[in-house]
Design a protein around this ligand. Sequence first.
Ligand SMILES: Cc1ncc(C[n+]2csc(CCOP(=O)(O)OP(=O)(O)O)c2C)c(N)n1
Ligand SMILES: [Mg+2]
Length: 251
Amino acid sequence: MSVMEILTELYFDRMNINPEYPNDPERDMFIMSKGHAMESYYAVLAEKGFLDKEEILRKFSRFGSKYIGHPNNKLPGIEMNSGSLGHGLPVCVGIALAGKMDNRKTRVYVVMGDGELAEGSVWEGVMAASHYKLDNLCAVVDRNRLQISGSTEEVMAHDDLDERFKSFGWNVINIPDGNSINDLRRGFGEAEGVKGRPSVLIANTIKGKGSSIMENKVSWHHHVPNDQEYDIIMADLEQRRRSFLNEQNSK
Ligand SMILES: Cc1ncc(C[n+]2csc(CCOP(=O)(O)OP(=O)(O)O)c2C)c(N)n1
Ligand SMILES: [Mg+2]
């Protein structure tokens, strides 16, 4: 749930993609490197028209189903199988480099978790992206400060992540509220204008965003809600949906 606004902004405002032509060579490319957030990604792909919502709900996680718990590139709109963390960015480096060699307008976006950044392969990709001056590449770090087993700073500290990326030659855009559509819009806009180096949005988000019982609680990485919890979560989300619509209408 921490990535919902990031995905929404990318799919409904930013990226050049068309569900009618999912393999258009000029399309922008998106890789969901933190593949365990697949439920959020299914919601966005269905809403955008790549996938059928009822079919996902019927077949999700069933034995033999294509609608598995991580991104599956047999489904339209999904570019890469992911879920083994640390691979999305290195693959995006290759896609972005190929885009430049072919003179395509394609922009490449990748969403990584902050816990995921403990994978060494991420930093090889970070290094290569600035070496090749991949200004058509924009990474987003879902900086919710939690990973599977606790606080990122306790499990594998990042300290000042902005400085880390800067020291590798990246353009760093810090988004203080990574669950704000307006702030994300500004950040992606700025990234598009930067030439000669890749950009990263450090999006400071809240894990379990929108639910009073889930926010910032690491146990919800795996926990399956019981009936009572489900009702609370759905009521919270409905309230959030309404206040979001009010906010948008008043602008
Ligand atoms: C290579 C690899 N190691 C371990 C895991 C198990 N795993 C799944 S999610 C997760 C935590 C990832 O944390 P973060 O990137 O912060 O994502 P968030 O929990 O915030 O969604 C881990 C370690 C994995 N998927 N891949
Ligand atoms: Mg995290």
